[in-house]
Design a protein around this ligand. Sequence first.
Ligand code: SF4
Length: 431
Amino acid sequence: MKVYLHSIGCRLNQSEIETLARQLLAGGHEIVADPEQADKVVINTCAVTAQAARDGRTLTRRIHRGNQDAEILLTGCYAAIAPDELANVEGVGQIVSNQQKDQLAQILDPQIRLDLPLFDQEPVMRDFLAGNGRIGNTRAFIKAQDGCDNKCTFCVTTIARGAGQSRHLGDVVAEIQALTAAGYQEAVLTGVHLGSYGRDLHNNTNLRHLVAAVLEHTDIPRLRLSSLEPWEIPDGFFELWQNSRLLPHLHMPLQSGSDKILRRMARRASQDSFRQLADAARAHIPDLNLTTDVIVGFPGETEADFQTSFDFVREIGFTRLHVFAYSARPGTAAAQMPDHLPNAIKKERSRRMIALGQELSLAFHQQFEDQTRPVLWETAVGANGDGLRWAGYTDNYIRVQAAGPDDLFNRVTSTHLTAARSDGLSGQILV
Ligand code: SF4
């Protein structure tokens, strides 16, 4: 069977689609890059913004028009919160709930075995890494946790994915061992609320124990964390970065820098708590790249609230911003709040916050001009007379482009960093 897979949205969705790809390959199926060649199509949808939901509908219709014979299965957060709405979209075959998602490979092929020991899957992972699965890349995303017990008033993810659930520590370690044996250079631990890892296991395990176990019991050269909510960080957590395999990059979603708006969002953070956390992280992690998400135009956000948020983002000196103009999501408390703002105001605030993000990114990248850092090379982005032009990421997650040999994919090299831009740096490969 030929299957086309597509993920919209977060790293967690991506990790799920990568796991599905490996299961299908291990079951003898083919992952195709072109939906027109597929017998089945799986789209892991996202509902975090109205735009992400629209993207899911548009993609479904487009794929159906290009290949009316393929059955299209939709899963993910949008499919979970609005199955009836999606069922009416032209071309939709099956809706698979988030609860059934772990059985998706068997829904596609009931003969597939999901209980293969991870080391038996290692050759498949190697194939996948080499691009034979088409969506493989040098960084493997590993789901350590799903769901969330918080109720941030804007958040639809917690509605779609339910209560927090952690994978057993030994399973995560075994998966990363197998990925390392397959040749992956970097593992990224993902979760909806990674900081709550272990709470539901009732055995006093937390994220610090998980990260320490991965560092101790695997040889993965680079370990990165995906998004981490700015609370419930275990004691002594930042001391883990004494191990240089744990990469100096943290993505901690602020959402707003105004205490008033943070309360309306029901976030468990304030200016003070965030400032303390950022200070503690920077005190322990040299050259930390601290990135964040910011929502602008939340219901009730006045110009003064926005300015407070803007000033706080500058004060903390985030090094990259993902800016979202607030959009009401069905079933959330914020959707019922008064004082929703006109789109024109949200757009204008977005524009200003994005410009600030670009200014902060450029300033951060300029600090690394003329320095040498390790870069993991991921993609050939072009060619010129000197050979291929490659893109990759430093340990502290700065995107770098450099000319390099044909066999650079999935290698880490020392790289001399040169001209800074807001989207990264240029470089020269040293070894
Ligand atoms: S912490 Fe808040 S924003 Fe993050 S997943 Fe949970 S409810 Fe959503």
